[in-house]
Every structure is written in C-alpha cells, then in structure tokens.
Design a protein around this ligand. Sequence first.
Ligand code: AMP
Length: 494
Amino acid sequence: MPTKKKEDKKIKPVKAVKKPTVVKAKPVKVVKSVKVAKFVKRPNKPEVKKEVGVDEERNSSPWKPLRGMRDILPKQEKYWQTLYDNAKAMATYFHFGRIETPILEEAKLFLRTLGKNTDIVSKEMYVFEQQEESGKICLRPEATASVMRAYIANGLWNQSQPVKMWYWGPMFRHDRPQAGRYRQFYQVGYEIIGANDPIMDAELILVAYNFYKDLGLPVTIQINSIGLPEERERYANELVSYYRTKRSYLCESCRQRLIKNPLRLLDCKEDQCQPIKDGAPQILDWLTESSKSYFMKVLEYLDDLEVPYVLQPNLVRGLDYYTHTVFEVFPALENDDDKNLQQLSQIALGGGGRYDLLGKEMAGRETPASGMALGVDRSIMVLKEYAKNHEIKISEPKMDIFFAQLGERAKGQALKLINNLKQSGLKIGFNLYKNSLKTQLESANAMAVPYALILGQKEMQDGTIIIRDMESGIQEIVDQKKIEVLIKKRLSSL
Ligand code: AMP
C-alpha cells in the first residue's frame, strides 16, 4: 500500500542520488529534461491519422466490417505468417510454452488489475451483461491479466518456476480508430511468471529486439523504472505540486489527470503540454536504492547484450500493475532518408514491464512476473512501409512446378495426380478453373517456376505427361508414374 509522505523519512536517501548514478555511461543516451522557460506552442508532431477499414482501405459496401475492425485478406497472409513463424521461433528458442486464454473474460479481471483510471478500463473496454449469470463479461483488452488468471486458476505455482508462456491473438479496445489503431487488433506476448530477477526483464527485451531484428526492421527500446507503488506515490505527489503551478497552461485531459491519475500526465501528446512535461521531475530521482540497483542491473544486461536503448523518464505505461522496469519498442527510423519512415519512428510497436504485484493482488500470494506484448497489426504496417525501400525478410510461399491441364477429363485426372503428389513435398501451383493453356502458362511464369507439367487428352489416354522447361520451352513426354522422381532430379540439378 502506498506510504504517506510523512512516513517517508526512513527512505529519504532516494532524492539524494543523482540521475547519472542510475545510468551506465557507455551506450546509454539519457533523454535529458529540457527546462523550457516559456510555454510556447510546438510544431505539430507528425501523426498518421488516416482511418482504416477493410484490409486498410475504406469500403463503401453496406457489408463493411464494424468501425475499427477489418478483414485480413489472403494477400496479407505472407506478412501474418512471417510474423507468426518469427514469434514462434522466438518462443521455441527461448523456451516459452504456448498459452491460449479465452477471448471473453469476467470484466472484473481487468477492472481490478489495470486500474480504474486507465484509458482501457475507463473508456475502451467492450463490456456485456450476461443473460443467465450475474457479473459482467468483456472482450479482453489485453492478455497479461488473463495469463496471470490462468497461472493462478491452473495452479502453475506447482510447476518449476518461473513459468514462461507466450500467446498470439486478438485484443479489443473501443478506441478512436486511425492508422495503426484498431478496435480489434492482434498481439503476440511473452510472460515470465514466478521469479524476481532483472535478467528476466533483459531476456524479454532481448526477445522483442530479436523479433524485429530477425525481420530486418531496426528498432530501439525506450526504458524506464517506475519502482514500487510507495515510491510512485511520493513521486506522484511531487509531480502534482509541479503541475499545479502550471495548471492554466494544461490541456483539458491533463487537468483531469492531475486529479485522477497524475502519472498519466507524462503520457500527454498535446503540444501545449510538452514543455511542461519536459521540465517535470523525473521518477528515477524518487526511487529507493534497491529499486535503482535493480534497474541498473537490467541496463547492464542490455549493455552486455548490445541491445540499443534510450532512457525515457516520461515512460510510465499507465497501467496499475506495473512495477520497476517498463519499456516500449519503437522503429529506429528517425534518421532514415525517407520522411514517411521518420514519422513511423514515433509509433510504438510493443511494450511491457515487470508486474510483481499483479499475482499478489489477484491471489494473495507473492508472484513476481515480467512480460511484454508486441502489436502485430502495427508491426506489419511499419514493415510494409519500410519494405518499400529496404530489404525485409518476408517469406512468400514459392512453388516448385506448375500443373497445367487441357480438357474437361484432364481436369479430374490433374486433380488426382496433384493429390497423389501431396506427400512428395513438391509445391505445385495450379489453376483448374482456367481452360486456356496460354493463361495457365502465364500463371506458371508469374510464379517463376522452372518447370510446368502439362496434361492433355492424348497424355490422358497414354498415361503420360509433358514436362515443359519454362525457360527454354523444350518439352519432354514422360510416364505419369515417374513424375515425382524426374521432377525432383531436375529441380536438384538447378
Ligand atoms: P500496450 O500494452 O497497450 O502498449 O500495447 C502493446 C502494443 O500493442 C502497442 O505497442 C501496439 O503495437 C499494439 N496496440 C495497442 N493498442 C492497439 C490498437 N488499438 N490497435 C493496434 N495495435 C495496438
């Protein structure tokens, strides 16, 4: 429970420790607070505000999806599949077991744990009355509380600790839709529950960093420590005193935050509040020695791992359950030649932190934990933009051969032969709905396959098939039974 200001005397050294002692000098770029004398209006921050609907394009059909929701069409699959494969590869390598929790949960799970003054709880949750049972239910707005609920409900305390789990799935927040912000969006998350060690935080940040590095997107980590609730309480008091003197310059939301949730003052994006925010006291100065030393260790690990990070004193993550380390992942594109990409460097791709008190709050038992979630939709949006003039690693399904057919009867036999080759491992392109050989060979060309198989009426009768070399146009008639062997031989000699 938060301590009152009067009782803080014992932990007074807090204020005495200077900022630089927290930060290891070498690769750390401390974001300095700039004291701005006059509260002038700053130029607008670049923000992508385009609203998006079906597969990122507005759709005028009466059957369009709900606002802020969208259909993800097959042509997007290569991105979704690549990210999923990458997420799974991280999980396998770092030993996270897959957890799937329900999309519907009791509303109180989030109301009690995220904090009633957070945006998610106060205005973004989809909450429903149940018909037969009492108690409200909701579409999950995030999954950390669900994973902790599952850990408690399934007695995962009894397993070897910590328990490492990952998830991938849709989350729902009734937010104002715009590019990169949807009402249904996907997150991939990694949680480590049941241990209290700064290496856990470093490992999670490393997983987030690797996730993007392996895709070819440069990212940087913004990091801060928000200590324990009593430290935060003392800091919040200081913040309120500072902001009160500048109340008349604040935006309407910040005036509310000043009363309801002072730490959220640091999240404000309004131009008029930026200079005030820049001059605000910094939470690191209000942490106890032990919290600082915990944070130092996380930073030292990151230095050793050569994960690029920036200390961000304004980062608080806004949810009640966080303690100590908090971080967010941003594209490192501020120095890119392309102006559009520079703008994307302000879009948070993911975030996380330590949440030592969530388990205790829910089950009355010490359950230290740390976790993070990466936004899949937003990551894909940024990757696609980045891919316009940079190389990224998106795996597209590549066909080995194309199977063309001529004539109605040949269609049936073609489908049968394609099906017989299912176990061969060959990836076969085909289009049985086109009758023209020319059109089918054009498809084969578009797929850039080296060989096409052609089955016509004559081959049907003879039990043969034509192998066509797509580059030279040379064709050879072979026995249908030998397709697999012959094609594999040719492919291996390419
Ligand atoms: P949060 O824990 O709220 O910071 O969310 C983690 C990540 O999920 C963010 O950095 C975003 O990439 C993604 N995310 C959060 N809210 C949305 C949203 N409404 N639409 C799309 N992505 C989101």
